[in-house]
Design a protein around this ligand. Structure first.
Ligand code: XUL
Ligand code: MN
Length: 344
């Protein structure tokens, strides 16, 4: 498979049992070992981890055991030729994170979040990645009057500063999402995340991850969110997927809802040589209707669609495009793009 210089990743959560808030699992759990085989079978290069995907039940384990388990996992991944893209502290399931993690009102809860984040950093370092992803799941509004939203920003900065101090070799990519599980998140867009980075003690180590569906949920175009991150040299990861309007976070296969929107994301990534700096992550979920034996197709399809679109981007008639732009004939440009997409 021609991969045009790109490397691809997904997380173990992207092969899942199909449970949703209204119904239980519809597919059996796939053991982690089997998931790792899927990475190889489907042509992926790297694994994304939540801290407890790498070291299950880490809250109950002493640091030496956490490190030993992470090192054993690293050896296994090495033997399979798989890299680790990032580790993300899972700060949204434990009872201590009910009212938020870094921004919880209870100082004991905030201390838990910082401690847990340090464990995620230990795991990341043992796994040989320098990237931490911060999806700030519960940092936002349940009840607006219950928290001071300006102070919440300071608390986020303090928490990131703590991590910057704890692990001087590590970089942090904030993954904004405007809603779900919160009504409204404190860091809903890439603009907010970039601004947050400049309030930390080392902005050069704080960047962003753009997830297509999250941008769409914020009413924004994912390609423009990526462009903003790229303009600041801060686009360190992406979670490509798709999303049909302002609903629950659907994590549909890349390009499945709006092919033109997917093309525009590949265009901005390829034109700005993203393949030289980052891995293409696919944060996609199989439909609940998918039978167990064919519940990897969302990953295969998303990767293939991305590569088809890279081919479309690189075969664009740039001179003709420039002609349209120079003439300010954007209707002709529209036709040129559509014709190019439809003739694949
Ligand atoms: C949540 C989401 C997460 C993060 C990783 O919507 O996208 O999977 O990407 O914690
Ligand atoms: Mn994501």
């Amino acid at each position: 498979m021609e991969k045009y210089g790109y490397r691809f990743s997904f997380g173990p959560w992207n092969i899942h049992e199909g449970a949703d808030p209204f119904g239980p699992a519809v597919r059996p759990s796939v053991p982690f070992e089997k998931k790792l085989e899927a990475y190889q079978r489907l042509g992926f290069d790297a694994v994304q981890f939540h801290d407890d995907d790498a070291v299950p039940n880490l809250d109950d384990k002493p640091p030496a055991q956490i490190e030993a388990e992470a090192r054993a996992l690293k050896a296994k991944l090495d033997s399979m030729g798989l890299a680790v893209e990032f580790v993300a502290p899972r700060l949204w399931e434990h009872p201590m994170t009910i009212d938020g993690a870094y921004t919880a009102n209870d100082p004991a809860a905030r201390a838990y979040a910082r401690e847990r984040s340090r464990k995620a950093l230990d795991i990341a370092q043992a796994l040989g990645t320098d990237l931490i992803v911060l999806w700030l799941a519960r940092e936002g509004t349940y009840m607006r009057e219950a928290k001071d939203a300006a102070r919440a920003v300071d608390l986020l900065v303090e928490a990131i500063n703590d991590m910057l101090d704890y692990a001087p070799g590590m970089r942090f990519a904030v993954e904004p999402k405007p809603n779900e599980p919160m009504d409204l998140a404190y860091i809903p867009t890439i603009g907010h995340a970039v601004a947050l980075s400049f309030k930390t003690k080392d902005p050069s180590r704080v960047g962003v991850l753009v997830e297509s569906a999250h941008a769409i949920l914020a009413g924004l175009d994912p390609a423009d969110e990526m462009a903003f991150g790229l303009a600041y040299g801060k686009l360190w990861s992406v979670h490509l997927n798709d999303q049909n309007g302002l609903k629950f976070d659907q994590d549909r296969s890349f390009g499945a809802v709006n092919l033109r929107r997917a093309f525009d994301q590949v265009l901005v990534l390829d034109d700005h040589r993203y393949y030289e700096q980052g891995i293409v992550g696919l944060d996609v979920k199989a439909l609940r209707t998918q039978k167990a034996e064919v519940a990897e197709k969302h990953l295969r399809n998303s990767l293939e669609t991305f590569l088809w679109l890279v081919e479309r981007v690189r075969s664009l008639d740039r001179a003709a495009m420039q002609g349209c732009i120079a003439a300010r004939d954007y209707e002709e440009l529209d036709r040129l793009i559509l014709a190019h997409l439809l003739r694949h």
